[in-house]
Ligand binder design. Structure first.
Ligand code: FAD
Length: 279
């Protein structure tokens, strides 16, 4: 495998000082794999926003570019201006631009200036020109709220037309879903790189919960095998490593332009995958 395939790792902002100290260790270990960038998630509607900003600035200062995720739902133009100005002043030059989800209980009313990620992309391009490389989200198995697969593909292409430079996908376990999505996007004349998001498998219960929430399908054969391991976490990890490394190999062999790892703030599963893949 070509060791120069671009890779990136995603973190979530830690809640405690202890979590932050651990994240620094994980960051150092993953930095040795020479990622193109790290990214840090952001909670729409408030809760984790300040922690994201602090984590991004902290990690960015260590040398490898760090991209904040930025969701726009429920935000005003003024708030986002202030945040983007702050990022720009600190030398941040890549943003993962998202709509986000409103916390439950907000009754579907956005109370903000933006409806879709495409609005955020257009806003950033309009006010900041090319100061930021803009990543957007893609859903090979369709965004759960989209009225149809074709509508979702068109909405994705619209984000690119508004100025997105590249995309990271929701995780998936079926490579055909990725290739089908990319094919439909290309057929509409959109050529931005679409980097598969890769979820290492370390814990079946958490993975099943997560996958239900975000609309990622765990194929039946995988579920049945994972269920059969019960609490045997070594077997789950070994199986996960086999399945995910094969997935990555197939994606890269057939044209995926890089890999984005949902690191879950852990070093080991990601390093094992990189070792298997020769990255
Ligand atoms: P959009 O691209 O706006 O799409 C949302 C829905 O609206 C889709 O169904 C789409 O088809 C539809 N749509 C889009 N445009 C239009 C239009 N013009 N008219 C009608 N319908 C339209 N969430 C967080 O809260 N924090 C994070 O840090 C975070 N990071 C993520 C990173 C990645 C790589 C991915 C894949 C997802 C991430 N998410 C994050 C989850 C994301 O916020 C949710 O999936 C959210 O529901 C959609 O965000 P989006 O940017 O894809 O939205």
């Amino acid at each position: 495998m070509n060791p120069n395939i671009p890779i990136s790792f995603e973190f979530f902002p830690p809640k405690t000082e202890e979590g932050l100290a651990k994240l620094h260790q994980v960051h150092s270990a993953l930095s040795e794999r020479n990622p193109e960038f790290f990214s840090v998630t952001y909670g729409a509607g408030g809760s984790t926003q300040e922690r994201t900003i602090n984590t991004v600035l902290d990690l960015h200062a260590k040398g490898i570019p760090t991209a904040p995720h930025l969701s726009c739902i429920g935000s005003t133009e003024d708030t986002l201006h202030a945040l983007l100005d702050r990022y720009k002043a600190q030398g941040i030059n890549r943003i993962v631009a998202l709509r986000g989800d409103l916390p439950s209980g907000m009754g579907g009313s956005t109370g903000g200036d933006f409806r879709f990620a495409s609005d955020l992309v257009a806003f950033i391009r309009h006010h900041y020109g090319d100061a930021f490389h803009l990543e957007v989200a893609a859903y090979p198995e369709m965004h759960p709220q989209a009225p149809s697969f074709d509508a979702d593909v068109r909405n994705f292409v619209h984000k690119a037309e508004q100025g997105a430079d590249s995309a990271i996908t929701q995780y998936f376990f079926n490579p055909d879903a990725y290739f089908h999505f990319v094919g439909r996007v290309r057929a509409l004349g959109c050529n931005i790189p679409i980097v598969p998001g890769i979820m290492p498998i370390t814990n079946y219960t958490k993975l099943a919960r997560f996958s239900d929430a975000c609309g990622a399908e765990i194929p039946r054969w995988m579920r049945k095998q994972l269920e059969s391991y019960g609490d045997d976490s070594d077997s789950i990890k070994a199986f996960g490593l086999d399945v995910i490394s094969r997935l990555c190999e197939e994606l890269l062999a057939n044209g995926a332009p890089g890999l984005h790892f949902y690191s879950m703030n852990q070093a080991e599963p990601n390093l094992l995958l990189c070792d298997r893949l020769g990255l």
